[in-house]
Design a protein around this ligand. Structure first.
Ligand SMILES: [Zn+2]
Length: 256
């Protein structure tokens, strides 16, 4: 089994690294500095970068890392992503020799139109699609598109480690409580994750099982969330994409 590590970057990003003690893969290294410091300290060679979408806080390290390590850089097709060596689409697979890893590529548009996620070895690298108890803002896509992306993620095994690109969990839980305050799993998660942050630990990865129980943005098929959306939209029978859209709209209003 490869070792999974999260490296904090910028204010609240995580760069995820998988390595076998010799070679490493990094996901969304927007800032190359913390990644290079880790690789040097662990005497690891970076062979591969996986990019989920074009935002600079995910791609800002590409050019430097490519120059320094001559690493392969996998990314969705988007001219705004620098130094790409392999273009990926949903349904593609990534096979890496060192470390020996295989990922399935899932198209997850919504946050951006180019967004893809990588599933492999029990991990989901979902960039800005799913956050701990939350999801990415819809900068380019629409609610139906994002709900379809999340439906694909929901087909992964419950034990999947959900490796998100930002530490937003506590704030997302505060919002989730405003629409799902009686959910005991949510309250339990809040206590655990507050403790983790108080001790400087990440709240991630979570598991898909925990997100299914506590993340309102993955519960748009659920009766309680449907009731919330019916009330929020003043519409008797919202469909799943409308339920998702209502939760997203409520969160955007809550963010102010
Ligand atoms: Zn983004």
């Amino acid at each position: 089994m490869p070792t999974l590590v999260s490296l904090p970057a910028f204010e609240d990003n995580y760069i995820w690294v998988l390595h076998d003690g010799q070679h490493a893969v990094a996901v969304d290294p927007g800032d190359p500095a913390p990644l290079i410091a880790f690789l040097d300290a662990q005497r690891l060679v970076l062979t591969t970068v996986l990019i989920t979408h074009h935002h600079r806080d995910h791609t800002g390290g590409n050019t430097l890392l490519r120059q320094r390590f001559n690493c392969e850089i996998y990314a969705p097709e988007n001219p705004r992503i620098p130094a790409t060596t392999h273009i990926l689409r949903g349904g593609d697979a990534v096979d890496i020799a060192q470390p020996p890893l295989h990922f399935d590529v899932i198209a997850t548009p919504g946050h951006t139109l180019d967004h893809i996620s990588y599933a492999g070895h029990g991990n989901l690298f979902c960039g800005d699609t799913v956050f701990g108890c939350g999801c990415g803002k819809l900068f380019e896509g629409n609610p139906g598109m994002m709900a379809a992306s999340l439906d694909r993620i929901l087909t992964l095994p419950d034990a999947t480690r959900v490796c998100c690109a930002h530490e937003y969990t506590l704030s997302n839980i505060d919002f989730a409580r405003t629409i799902d305050g009686h959910n005991p799993a949510l309250l339990e998660r809040q206590a655990k994750d507050r403790d983790a942050r108080a001790h400087g630990r990440p709240t991630l990865p979570s598991t898909l099982a925990l997100e299914k129980l506590t993340n309102p943005f993955l519960r748009f098929h659920d009766v309680d969330m449907t009731a919330f959306a019916a009330n929020y939209l003043n519409q008797p029978h919202p469909g799943p994409a409308e339920v998702f859209g209502a939760i997203r709209a409520a969160k955007d209003a809550w963010d102010g």
